[in-house]
Design a protein around this ligand. Structure first.
Ligand code: SAH
Length: 367
């Protein structure tokens, strides 16, 4: 699967968002910064972009006017454009972001009492085709670049107006938007390292969760090289069922997936793996399924996130009855696993889990 870093679209000026400080260095040299200043200038620019959230070089007041003009000629700090914003009656906000090449992806902010979670996309569209997921009905258009992934957080901070505030609402990031993050590993890794950087956005890895449908060969690397919390979209306990609803299972069946979870670096009681389990009426929600779930995850430090199925137009499933979800949760809970039922957020604006989709199409070959 293609996880190569896609270069930023050509705009004439190099967009600095999404590059590491080390990647700044040759660019600064080329823009005329003397060698002995390169490191310092890289630090300064980094601070302005990721700590202060500035959107143009003119605001970088510890850099001389002359140099700022030079930077503005060579570089850009352009963010994706918000082409639509919707606000749910529960406060959830969904933004459709348009990137430099016109492709679009959605980002969702979910405010809660004690925290606020930004749900970030890693691809435009998706290859996985999970049968209950709206994004799965859209073809993969392309991977997002590190800059496009990080920029979703920058734009959210802009929209929430919280660059200056100490009292921030955006406290957590989940890689649970459109796309499969482990099929865009290099770019997601680069982006999350920027999000975690202490001199910038500075979000702790404990406040970031990467969700995968189970790209088994990439899971150990995700643990070792990114090190965030892991969520796994399990959704079924038997291969016959999972093969149907999460077709990736035909490649990486349940036993292999669970073995990768057991081996996930850093999994412990303090840092449990989250298993996501969408509740589909009559498909995966029997009490026998609940008991089987408990059996197959034995020994994995885990919590089970039960997600009531979020409907979308034409979806071939119904959400399990509430009483069934509760009975399922009860069995899992009695076996010693936390089994919170995820409250659907933003359903009225199609912002809940699995409801995201954009109109972007893949360019035809050769165009
Ligand atoms: N590709 C990654 C990231 C997407 S995360 C992954 O599969 O984990 C989005 C989560 O929402 C996944 O657990 C996904 O399976 C779940 N989901 C998808 N469609 C849904 C729907 N209609 N209702 C509830 N959850 C859904």
């Amino acid at each position: 699967m293609d996880s190569a870093v896609i270069p930023a679209p050509v705009t004439g000026r190099t967009n600095l968002i999404g590059l590491s400080r080390e990647e700044f260095a040759p660019l600064l040299r080329a823009a005329g910064v003397p060698e002995q200043h390169v490191k310092m200038r890289a630090q300064q620019i980094w601070h302005w972009i990721y700590f202060r959230g500035v959107r143009d070089f003119d605001a970088m007041s510890n850099i001389s006017k002359e140099l700022r003009t030079q930077f503005a000629e060579h570089f850009s700090l352009a963010r994706p454009k918000i082409t639509s914003e919707q606000i749910s009656k529960d406060g959830t906000r969904k933004w459709l972001m348009r990137f430099a090449d016109g492709k679009e992806a959605e980002t969702v902010f979910i405010p809660e009492d004690e925290r606020g979670t930004l749900c970030v996309s890693s691809q435009v569209g998706c290859t996985l085709n999970c049968k209950f997921c709206h994004t799965g009905t859209q073809m993969l258009v392309r991977n997002l670049t590190p800059g496009e992934i990080v920029a979703q957080m920058l734009v959210a901070r802009d929209a929430l107006d919280e660059w200056r505030s100490e009292d921030r609402h955006l406290t957590n990031v989940v890689m649970m938007g459109m796309g499969e993050p482990l099929y865009n590993f290099d770019n997601v890794k680069a982006a999350l390292h920027i999000v975690m950087d202490n001199e910038g956005l500075s979000l702790s890895r404990r406040r970031i969760t990467l969700s995968t449908a189970g790209v088994v060969p990439m899971m150990a690397r995700a643990g070792a090289e990114i090190g965030t919390n892991l969520a796994v979209s399990l959704h079924a306990v038997r291969d016959e069922v999972r093969d149907e609803i999460v077709p990736l299972n035909r490649k990486y069946p349940i036993a292999e997936l669970l073995a990768a979870c057991r081996a996930y670096p850093g999994a412990s009681n303090a840092r449990r793996i989250t298993f996501e389990y969408v509740m589909l009426k009559g498909v995966n929600d029997s009490l026998a399924d609940a008991r089987e779930l408990v059996r197959i995850i034995a020994g994995i430090p885990a919590k089970i996130n039960l997600i009531p199925f979020n409907p979308w137009p034409g979806a071939p499933f119904e959400c399990s009855d509430w009483s069934q979800i509760e009975a399922f949760a009860e069995i899992v809970n009695r076996a010693g696993y936390a089994s919170p039922v995820r409250t659907p957020r933003g359903r009225d604006i199609m912002a809940a889990c699995g409801q995201l989709k954009s109109e972007s199409l893949r360019a035809r070959r050769g165009t």
